[in-house]
Ligand binder design. Sequence first.
Ligand code: BGC
Length: 279
Amino acid sequence: MAANSDESRGVVSAQLLRGQKALVTGANSGIGLATAVALGRAGADVVVNYVVGQDEADKVVEEIKGFGVRAYSYQADVSDEDQVTAMVARMVEEFGTIDIMVANAGLQRDAAVTEMSLAQWEKVISVNLTGQFLCARESAKEFIRRGVVEEVSRSAGKIICMSSVHQIIPWAGHVNYASSKGGVGMLMQTLAQELAPKRIRVNAIAPGAIRTPINRDAWSTPEAETDLLRLIPYHRVGDPDDIANAVVAMASDLLDYVVGTTLYVDGGMTLFPGFATGG
Ligand code: BGC
């Protein structure tokens, strides 16, 4: 079996999350899709949240069921309090509980600051930041209610916030997005501090440039990709699986002592590559 084949990943990861229940928001495309599939492959039952695109979500569900675990799709807008509350309540009914919340759903509405409408600002903040707050809050309630179940995991629950390199890299023309991700960093750390005594682990994964629909313009032509690679010391655009694998590791007991950390999965984008030859 090749070291990196799907089978070998499956064998190793099947033991990692067996019996755990995971919810991934924005799981019908890009990073969320790959993450939901990887969690299923690792043995978790998975709720595939989406807001638009039921067909894609249902395809993800079918793929996950192929691993012999349970899965269903659920439509909810993460920025809507009632919908998030209902989504987690339904999961508790359906699967009995939740062990892993991956607050992944996010979007961009780019504009120069002088052109950016309040609606563009508010849309990004409400999905990327408020959405993560609501998902974290609802899952934390269930983690606290249930507590640690030793046979399942050493922790009472894991919240994984999908952040971005723009948690720390300013990004002209994207002030709403960069502000939302900066906020996610502090949301994550504050919740980690508050919830660690309850044995809940809160962490963030911060992707760099990953080949997904959100940034198609940045990699879909050879010229754009050449420009993008200048920002990535490792000189490869990331794949959704690069992030999905990091989420599986972060959710597993292998990283049980990792609390309140941001794991940058970015090919070195946060190493300020401009300084390799300047400064
Ligand atoms: C953004 C992408 C961008 C990447 C690196 C991500 O958070 O969503 O559009 O390519 O950061 O700049």
